[in-house]
Design a protein around this ligand. Structure first.
Ligand SMILES: C[S@@+](CC[C@H](N)C(=O)[O-])C[C@H]1O[C@@H](n2cnc3c(N)ncnc32)[C@H](O)[C@@H]1O
Length: 282
């Protein structure tokens, strides 16, 4: 088949580039070594990435990881996410303990329990009675939107999550765990949350979707009325898509700021997460 003139020119160009690279590689063995080293690093990074995507591996390793480990390995996406968020979670939980801030830990989007288990470790030296409350459909995402696909994260169940929590949660007499199964929009979820918790210190928003984040924020509103003590809002998935979590929080904030006399102070972030301290003028 005859090729078009532009295709012939590109073929000639590509072949000449190939010869040039071969010539450079032969003349410059250092370049070959560099290419091989890069391949080896890519292989090493992708192996690390796959290890750091598994709950058991994360929980086995994460307490040995400090800021220096994070800085050296943050090019590995799962290390950047898991270690990065854990170091920031630990700083905030220590701040909550130091401030003597009572209240429960509520997570919207619990999946297989990793977030709650990480929080139990962050509060390991805390003697305050706290409930760790995980709220999830345990059926995956309710809808598709931007990058998210309906039904993702349906590889879980209340039983599996309970089992993970029973075996991996930091054992502390002052802690108890409650799981609420249901869609955030279901009125029974609101009732269960209000019967379980009278005061909240920290909310982990980890439900991917903007719509779910908006529903979660409205479930938290009763806890903000006439509030004087701070509350911490930790958003996962912030960096995944601007029209999802950031849009949901920032548009909520534009009215909630005046309704509840609150201000949001950004504390820390990673590629995917953004953590805030919320203070009140009441
Ligand atoms: C990314 S996963 C949570 C990950 C978990 N927190 C962790 O640290 O491993 C998101 C979860 O949000 C839940 N979810 C999202 N929107 C929801 C909604 N509107 N109602 C109930 N659950 C929802 C999904 O079922 C899914 O399990």
């Amino acid at each position: 088949m005859n090729s078009t003139p532009s295709a012939r020119i590109s073929k000639i160009y590509l072949i000449s580039r190939l010869f040039q690279s071969l010539k450079t590689a032969l003349v410059n063995p250092k370049k070959i070594v560099r290419i091989l080293k890069k391949q080896r690093d890519n292989f090493y990074e992708s192996r690390l990435n796959s290890q750091w995507s598994k709950q058991d591996y994360i929980l086995k390793e994460i307490d040995h990881c400090d800021k220096a480990f994070y800085e050296t390995n943050k090019t590995v996406p799962e290390i950047e996410h898991q270690v990065g968020r854990y170091l920031n979670m630990k700083t905030i939980c220590s701040q909550i303990i130091a401030e003597g801030l009572d209240g429960d830990i509520v997570e919207f989007g619990t999946w297989q329990g990793l977030g709650l288990i990480l929080f139990s470790r962050c509060f390991s030296n805390d003697n305050t009675n706290r409930k760790f409350i995980g709220i999830d459909s345990f059926e995956g995402l309710p809808e598709s939107s931007t990058i998210w696909i309906k039904g993702s994260f349906d590889n879980t169940s209340v039983e599996l999550t309970k089992k993970n929590i029973q075996s991996k949660f930091f054992q502390n007499q002052s802690f108890s765990v409650e799981l609420i199964k249901g869609w955030f929009s279901d009125p029974s979820v609101k009732e269960k949350l209000s019967s379980l918790s009278k005061e909240i210190a920290l909310v982990h928003f980890d439900a991917d979707l903007g719509s779910s984040t908006t529903q979660a924020l409205s479930l938290i509103e009763p806890y903000l009325i006439n509030r004087t003590k701070p509350i911490y809002f930790l958003f996962d998935d912030w960096g995944c898509h601007p029209d999802e979590v950031p849009e949901a929080f920032l548009s909520w904030l534009s009215t909630a700021g005046t309704t509840f006399k609150l201000q949001a102070h950004k504390l820390s972030s990673t590629r995917f997460t953004r953590y805030y301290k919320i203070t009140f003028n009441n």
